[in-house]
Design a protein around this ligand. Sequence first.
Ligand SMILES: Cc1cc2nc3c(=O)[nH]c(=O)nc-3n(C[C@H](O)[C@H](O)[C@H](O)COP(=O)(O)OP(=O)(O)OC[C@H]3O[C@@H](n4cnc5c(N)ncnc54)[C@H](O)[C@@H]3O)c2cc1C
Length: 324
Amino acid sequence: MLVVGAGLSGLIAARELQKNGISTAIVDKGPSVGGRLATRRIAGGVADHGAQFFTARTNIFKAEIDEWLSEDLVRIWGYGWSDGSLKRTVSDGHPRYVTNGGMNKLAKHLAKDIQDLEVDVRVTDISWIEDHWQVKANNHAAFHSQVLLMTPPVPQSLELLSKVTLAPEDRSALQRIQYGPCICGIHVIDGEVTLPEPGAVQNFVEPVYWIANNKAKGITDRTILTAHASSNWSRSHFDMPDEEILTFLHEAIKPYLGANATIAEDQIKRWRYSVPLITHPRDTLIARGLPLVFAGDAFGGRGRIEGAYMSGLEAAKSIMEIFA
Ligand SMILES: Cc1cc2nc3c(=O)[nH]c(=O)nc-3n(C[C@H](O)[C@H](O)[C@H](O)COP(=O)(O)OP(=O)(O)OC[C@H]3O[C@@H](n4cnc5c(N)ncnc54)[C@H](O)[C@@H]3O)c2cc1C
């Protein structure tokens, strides 16, 4: 069994498969695990520049979060965000969870218990040869596997599977899935910031819909803001030069800088696939006529971290039921 992608869905699937005695390898193209659970080091501090927090609606995910809380891996950051009009956020009663030390720590924690995990392995070519998958990677490695689980964002998975004949219904269901891009600014601030408690604003009508203080979030001692531009703005400005993007992001964060605060340093990250906008209704897609399963946050209609988690879990269950 081979899992492509060690983001949350791939890690959860690999963990469950291995726990149940299914021999499973997992590879990721990144230098580290986590995918969009991304935390960056900057100016002696850290900032989450992918997923910012997570919520839970299903009892299954809530039960896992309870474990993570007891291990001091995650904690509650707050119960809602101001849209920028209030100094203090009014609670909506739903906990927003963050990972201590940054979101990527959650992925690293899960990866600790997973065997046969390789990073820096970019899959470049996938073929179905008679009775097994042959998966080639940039490091000249070739993996042979009976069953394949694909967890990259679906357009990337489809590109990797371009040589494989998928049933037309499956191909069109997968092609319907869409993600929004996100241009993210990471801004190191000298001085005070005035974001409403607990330290973030979220306002989906604004072209920069999310501004958060990683220090207030409790993951770093340095004041570092993360700013996310909306999908619409990011799509139409994706190739804009960095300098112009920074000018735009600086205007958005300016109202939240204290009187003497200055921006010491910034970085930009462009996410081509940030969150799914059109999802597949089921938690996974099991290809017709091939031992091939697709999973990730775009499956199950939930999106986001909880969607990735539930999809990974369901993928492992289906693989054990159908193929093991
Ligand atoms: C800017 C941004 C903000 C977000 N905010 C939130 C939020 O506040 N709350 C929330 O719940 N969710 C948020 N999300 C979404 C959340 O991060 C995702 O839903 C979740 O992390 C997706 O996990 P996944 O396993 O489905 O996919 P991914 O994390 O994308 O994992 C896929 C993995 O596949 C790997 N891969 C891709 N191609 C290859 C290849 N060719 N070879 C090998 N490996 C490959 C990638 O490196 C990656 O690690 C945000 C995401 C972004 C980008």
